[in-house]
Structures are given as structure tokens and as C-alpha cells.
Design a protein around this ligand. Structure first.
Ligand code: KG4
Ligand code: ZN
Length: 406
């Protein structure tokens, strides 16, 4: 059983060792946080507290329907997200999982949320991807590139790129908010971008400078690259500011406010309203300039994610690419990554849409190799909000082999 509570989703899942998902229950808090335009940590913790017991029970009941006779006593282990995430939110899942494991006398396994996102893809494909793999984990809280290798069932990771400021999903959400769209902004931008001209506005991404290299460092893992760069890092706060400036300098503020209040009213009448419904209901509120800005923003962000990912894949000799996390649900991202991967003859894989965003099946899947290796959590397991996955950068320091085990 996997349990996940790192951000604004309370989730529990039951997954078999062959990757079959018997139950995958997710209680989303989106409606609660929508009022604030972002996740409010204290509210998230309280909501997790309210949801955790019914969500775990619902997952067990669903699993028993799928596999008659299965009950808590039939579980192999309890896996829980240790971090990264919101401290109070993580604590709810961890405390509950500890108590459950203790009560059932089952082993407890601590899982890194980011490793969960990677395993969301691996579990579904059910086929061996060739290693090393390059995984782009791109969500509301993260934009990371990991080089992943498997050795006798144990996975090891090297963090070869990350955002130096905002995550890509955060940029989608913030720009959507600037434009007076719904929450979370990513799915709104995705749906509306299809109606705009991606060449309407040109956005640029600067090259991110590496930190000063250690003298004499040789870039053994990526021999084609000089030891002092380039990096495969990301930066998304600049494009957000560029959108804000565009709105201001093109006299769009009044049109944004008119859309914001029209949408607020429509969302009160129908809280489940999606971007496509809004476009049909309020066509005058989505002018060509706004749609062009949305399409251009998305085109630029997806292009930047692609450039860094494929450059890193080439530099590190990756034999396949995985893209996971909430933003991997983006339709343009899927289309363009698939095209570019085909052009390069490189396999690329994404999770199904349900597995793209936070869930607990991915936590259970990432826990299985640890279960087999007997890697269990210590009694003193605590929430680790800044938990990292794998050995880190600096990028140019690639002389050590991939040895760290998570
Ligand atoms: O993985 P996730 O559920 O939670 C985090 O760990 O952050 O990702 C949520 C993020 C949000 O920023 C949301 O706007 C973004 O994923 N997202 C999308 C799309 N669907 C969700 N961004 C762009 N296009 C989408 N279709
Ligand atoms: Zn996530």
C-alpha cells in the first residue's frame, strides 16, 4: 500500500508486485485552495487529517473488490512519501503510515516523492527501458532532470539539472493567474493555447551559468562538454515577468480584469467548469491577443524543457527519456517531445494522465525495489520537506560514478 500527502492531494493505493494497480484513490483539495489561487499549507494539513482515514479505507475496499479476500493483513508493506513537500502535509501521511505499519506488524518503506513520479512511468509501461534513462520530473513544485540507472533491482539517481527559481508548473499557474484564468492554471493554459498563435510573442531564455568549477575537474561523464558548462538547469521566473510586462505595455489590464470577474461568476455557478466550457460560454472574454500570448508562453516553456532535456540526454548518453509530474500532462509537451524523440531515434515515455499528477500508486511502485532489497524505514522516520533525490550537481563535477542509493 502506498500513501501520499506531500502537497494538496491525499492519496492511497494498493499495487501488486507485477505493477497491477488494484486501487488508486486520490482526494484532491483543488476546490479548497482555488479560493486563494495557490496551496495554503495549514489548510492542506487540516484537510489531509480529515481525508487520510476515509481515503485509506476506500483504497482497501476497492482493492478487495478487485482481488476478493484481500484485506489489510494481506499487504506486504506500507510505503509513504517522506519528502519533498509541505512539512505539515507530509507529517499526516507519515504518522498515519507509521501507525498502520505498527498496528499491522508490516514493514514501513519511505519513498522520495520525485522517485515516485519516475516510477509512475516505469510501472505502467511494464517493459524494461534501457538504462541509463533521463527523467524529467516537471510539476508545480519541481523541474528536475535525473539520470537514472538500475542495478539488480536497485535504482540510483544523479540530479543533472534543476530549476534555479520557479518550477515550470508554478510558471504556468502564475501566468494563468496574471491572465485572470482558473486554478490550477496549467490545464487552462493547455486548452487555450490550442486556439492561439504560438508565434504571436517571442520569449527568450538565457543560458544559466554554472558555478565556478573546481580546478582541474574533468567532465568524464560528458566528455563532449567543457568542465565549466553548460548546465542543464532551468529558470522560469524571467518569462513570468516578461508576460506581466507584456500585459502592462500592451494595455491588456482592463481586459484581464473583465475576464477575471466574468470567470469568477461563471465558476460560482459551475465550479467544475473547464477552459473549453469557459471558451464556449464567454467567447468575447478570450480575445486573439490573449490567446496568442498563452500559446506563445506555452510554446516557449515547452521548447525550453525540450532543449535542456535532449541536450542532457545527448551529453550523458541516455538511452531513453521519461517525462513525469503534473506538467507532463500538457498536450503540446507530449506532442513535441514525441516528435523530437522519434527524430533522434530515442524512446520517450509519459505516464497516463491519471498517473501524471500526484497519486499513491507511484509511491507504492517506487517502494517495491526497496521492499525486495529489505530497505525499510527507521522508527524515527520524519517528514523531510527538502528531501533530495540522488547525488547532486554541480553539473561539471561528474567524475564520481553513480553510487548513491536512495
Ligand atoms: O505533480 P503535480 O500534481 O503536483 C506537484 O507535485 O506539484 O503537478 C501539478 C502542476 C500544477 O502546476 C498544474 O498547473 C500543472 O501541474 N499541470 C499542467 C497541466 N496539468 C497539470 N501544466 C501544464 N499543462 C497541463 N495540461
Ligand atoms: Zn508531484
Amino acid at each position: 500500500m502506498g500513501i501520499e500527502s506531500s502537497c494538496d492531494e491525499t492519496a492511497a493505493a494498493v499495487v501488486r508486485s507485477d505493477g497491477t494497480v488494484l486501487a488508486n484513490v486520490v482526494a484532491s483539495q483543488i476546490a479548497l485552495h482555488a479560493n486563494y489561487g495557490g496551496v495554503v499549507p495549514e489548510l492542506a494539513s487540516r484537510e489531509h487529517l480529515r481525508n487520510i482515514v476515509p481515503v485509506v479505507r476506500a483504497a482497501m475496499a476497492e482493492a478487495a473488490r478487485m482481488q476478493p479476500g484481500l484485506a489489510f493483513a494481506g499487504l506486504d508493506a506500507i510505503a509513504v512519501t517522506e519528502g519533498p513537500g509541505l512539512a505539515g502535509a507530509l507529517l499526516v501521511g507519515i504518522t498515519y503510515a507509521k501507525a498502520l505499519a505498527l498496528g499491522l506488524n508490516k514493514p514501513l518503506i519511505a519513498v522520495n516523492h520525485l522517485e515516485g513520479h519516475i516510477h509512475a512511468v516505469l510501472m505502467e509501461r511494464g517493459v524494461e527501458m534501457q538504462i541509463p534513462l533521463l527523467a524529467l520530473v516537471v510539476s508545480g513544485g519541481h523541474t528536475h532532470l535525473y539520470l537514472a540507472e538500475e542495478n539488480e533491482g536497485a535504482w540510483r539517481y544523479r540530479n543533472v539539472g534543476r530549476t534555479v527559481d520557479d518550477a515550470a508548473g508554478e510558471a504556468f499557474d502564475k501566468v494563468a493567474k496574471l491572465l485572470g484564468l482558473g486554478y490550477p492554471g496549467g490545464p487552462w493554459m493547455d486548452a487555450l493555447a490550442a486556439h492561439g498563435d504560438p508565434r504571436a510573442v517571442e520569449f527568450h531564455f538565457g543560458q544559466i551559468k554554472p558555478r565556478a568549477p573546481r580546478p582541474g575537474t574533468v567532465n568524464k561523464k560528458a566528455p563532449g562538454l567543457p568542465a565549466d558548462g553548460p548546465t542543464f538547469d532551468f529558470s522560469f521566473s524571467g518569462i513570468k515577468t516578461a508576460v506581466l510586462r507584456y500585459i502592462q505595455t500592451h494595455g491588456m489590464a482592463a481586459c484581464v480584469e473583465a475576464r477575471r470577474s466574468a470567470l469568477a461568476e461563471a465558476l460560482r455557478a459551475n465550479p467544475a467548469m473547464k477552459a473549453s466550457d469557459a471558451l464556449a460560454l464567454l467567447p468575447d472574454r478570450f480575445d486573439r491577443q490573449t490567446l496568442g500570448l498563452i500559446a506563445s508562453f506555452q510554446y516557449a516553456v515547452v521548447g525550453n524543457l525540450m532543449r535542456q532535456t535532449f541536450a542532457a540526454a545527448q551529453a550523458f548518453g541516455a538511452r531513453g527519456i521519461l517525462v513525469s509530474g503534473g506538467v507532463s500532462a500538457n498536450s503540446e509537451l507530449r506532442r513535441r517531445f514525441t516528435q523530437e524523440a522519434a527524430r533522434r531515434g530515442l524512446p520517450v515515455a509519459f505516464p497516463t494522465l491519471a498517473m501524471s499528477t500526484d497519486n499513491a500508486a507511484m509511491i507504492a511502485a517506487a517502494a517495491w525495489p526497496k521492499f525486495c532489497a529489505g530497505e525499510f524505514a527507521k522508527e524515527g522516520l520524519v517528514a523531510t520537506p527538502q528531501l533530495r533525490l540522488g547525488q547532486g550537481y554541480p553539473m561539471y563535477d561528474l567524475t564520481e560514478p553513480l553510487t548513491e542509493q536512495i
